[in-house]
Design a protein around this ligand. Structure first.
Ligand SMILES: NC(=O)c1ccc[n+]([C@@H]2O[C@H](COP(=O)([O-])OP(=O)(O)OC[C@H]3O[C@@H](n4cnc5c(N)ncnc54)[C@H](O)[C@@H]3O)[C@@H](O)[C@H]2O)c1
Length: 262
């Protein structure tokens, strides 16, 4: 009974940004739950390592190199997955990049924001998420079932001194994109939800958060007093992709050690 709630046997899932960090943790847990997982990322070598790790645990994994700032490539990859497997059950639009430091640092202040950096972050963190959801939605509407999950951030729910402007703006946009898509998709039995992580120990921003002094600074903002390991995302992302979340849609859930409750 409990197992059935989280069972994704026979289902097909796709995860963007799956070669590292939260995307890799997502791919691992969906594979563990029985889904065939398609890992998508710009990092070809990272994809191979991730696929091997999942297969060594008995999971079913495929990979495709994908840059989510390339709209046409996203559509081709998602259509191909749905066509080859005849279904598409869960898609996690996770790929995202940092926009550099926040306004506390001079290069993170509003006057220092460069057009090229702004455009690049919007292309990946916002258009990339939108087109991933859009491409998947077409199949899920026809199928009349599915789960769409977008990776936002607590930096999209409130201002964040440590994060750049384009990052906070795109993450906030993702939160409302989730609501909007959830309303349209509700009659089709497709749930659309977001996840808003606090600080996790990943490779984002060239692994800056892995430096002890940066980790300590982030940890000081967290009521639980530490940053999280990618493993700790698994419960929530599995919930949102599995039968257990059949009455949840349109929401973005913080997983933040208590930050949003402060
Ligand atoms: N780590 C955190 O503290 C934290 C907090 C809140 C939200 N997030 C969000 O979680 C998501 C995952 O980040 P992470 O922390 O695991 O970082 P990460 O850098 O460890 O992983 C991100 C992955 O995305 C891939 N990627 C980057 N640009 C891409 C592109 N254009 N197309 C396809 N793949 C691309 C990278 O190659 C990498 O494998 C991001 O959306 C990030 O904003 C992270």
């Amino acid at each position: 009974m409990i197992k059935d709630l989280f069972d994704m046997q026979g289902q097909v899932a796709a995860v963007t940004g799956a070669a590292s960090g939260l995307g890799l943790a997502t791919a691992e847990v969906l594979a563990r739950s029985g889904a065939r997982v398609v890992l998508l990322d710009v990092d070809a070598r990272g994809l191979q390592a991730a696929k091997q790790a999942i297969e060594s645990e008995g999971g079913l994994a495929e990979t495709a190199v994908l840059d989510v700032s390339d709209r046409a490539a996203i559509r081709t990859v998602i259509d191909d997955i749905a066509l080859r497997h005849g279904r598409l059950d869960a898609v996690v639009a996770n790929a995202g990049v940092s926009a550099g430091p926040g306004y506390r640092t001079e290069i993170g202040q509003i006057n220092a924001v460069q057009d090229e950096q702004w455009d690049r972050v919007l292309a990946i963190n916002l258009s990339g998420v939108f087109v991933t959801l859009q491409a998947a939605a077409a199949h899920m509407k026809k199928q009349r079932s599915g789960r769409l999950v977008a990776m936002a951030s607590v930096a999209g729910l409130k201002s964040e001194v440590m994060c750049g402007y384009a990052y906070t703006a795109t993450k906030a946009a993702v939160v409302n994109l989730v609501r909007q898509a959830a309303m349209e998709m509700a009659p089709y039995n497709v749930m659309v939800n977001g996840i808003a992580p606090g600080p996790f120990r990943t490779h984002i921003a060239n692994g800056r958060i892995r430096q002890p002094e940066v980790a300590a600074e982030f940890a000081s903002m967290v009521p639980l007093g530490r940053i999280a390991q990618p493993e700790e995302l698994k419960g929530l992302v599995l919930l949102l992709c599995s039968p257990a979340s059949s009455f949840m849609t349109g929401t973005t859930i913080p997983i933040d050690g208590g930050i949003m409750a402060k």
